[in-house]
Write a protein that binds this ligand. Structure first.
Ligand SMILES: N[C@@H](CCC(=O)N[C@@H](CS)C(=O)NCC(=O)O)C(=O)O
Length: 217
């Protein structure tokens, strides 16, 4: 199986998939799309992901080529084809809680602070940079407040116990974004502890934005 990840070093959704690939111990080729120049909307990339968002994972296997999009769908696919180490808990209730945390960040928080949303607020609705950053911080705050409560149910060293999994794959990148917007994780002690531990895990270090070949800042 050959994997090619279309991504951008600073993209939190790309970061999620890099963490999962690293946790599974999978090698992959990389294609970088610079979000600052709008490369995610180039026709060649739109042929892979018509929504014009990174990441996309191209899988070549037995002469067939599959293009996977949506980071959480990619995490789930990876867990199905490479079951160990598992990204989701086995217990159905813990698994439902893990999915809820993943959905909360991936569906209810990150989309509201995505560059294209902030840009539209500024370009079409008169928001200043200060206002669009404040908007992003507002939605991130609400999400991380809720994550802090939900983490109390299962967290150990990591978000769902003593091994990193899908929840860490989304929380670590979301906290990276929060810090980019100047937010202090000390407001959420449990979250800060599990993200602090995750940041020391070799797979997460390898997947971190600053350690990517396309990182330029
Ligand atoms: N739900 C998508 C979100 C992907 C996404 O929002 N990607 C961002 C980077 S983290 C992006 O490509 N943004 C480009 C833009 O805003 O124009 C996923 O999980 O894959």
């Amino acid at each position: 199986m050959q994997l090619t990840l279309h991504a951008y070093w600073r993209s939190s959704a790309s970061f999620r998939v890099r963490i999962a690939l690293a946790l599974k111990g999978l090698d992959y080729a990389r294609v970088s799309h610079d979000l600052r120049t709008g490369a995610q909307r180039d026709p060649a990339y739109l042929a892979l992901n018509p929504l014009g968002l990174v990441p996309a994972l191209v899988v070549e296997q037995n002469g067939a080529r599959h293009v996977l999009t949506q980071s959480v769908a990619i995490l789930e696919w990876l867990d199905e084809v490479v079951p160990a180490p598992a990204l989701y808990p086995a217990d159905p209730f813990a698994r439902a809680d893990a999915r809820a945390l993943v959905a909360m960040i991936a569906a209810d928080v990150q989309p509201l602070q995505n560059p294209r949303v902030l840009k539209r607020l500024r370009d079409e609705h008169g928001a200043t940079m200060l206002a669009s950053d404040d908007w992003a911080r507002h939605w991130i705050s609400l999400g991380l407040d809720a994550a802090e409560v939900l983490l109390a149910r299962h967290s150990g060293r990591y978000a769902m116990g003593d091994a990193p999994g899908a929840v860490d794959c989304v929380l670590v990148p979301q906290c990276y974004n929060a810090e980019r917007f100047g937010m202090d994780l000390a407001r959420w002690p449990r979250l800060q502890a599990v993200v602090g531990a995750a940041r020391q895990h070799p797979a997460i270090i390898a997947a971190s934005p600053e350690n990517q070949p396309d990182a330029d800042a």
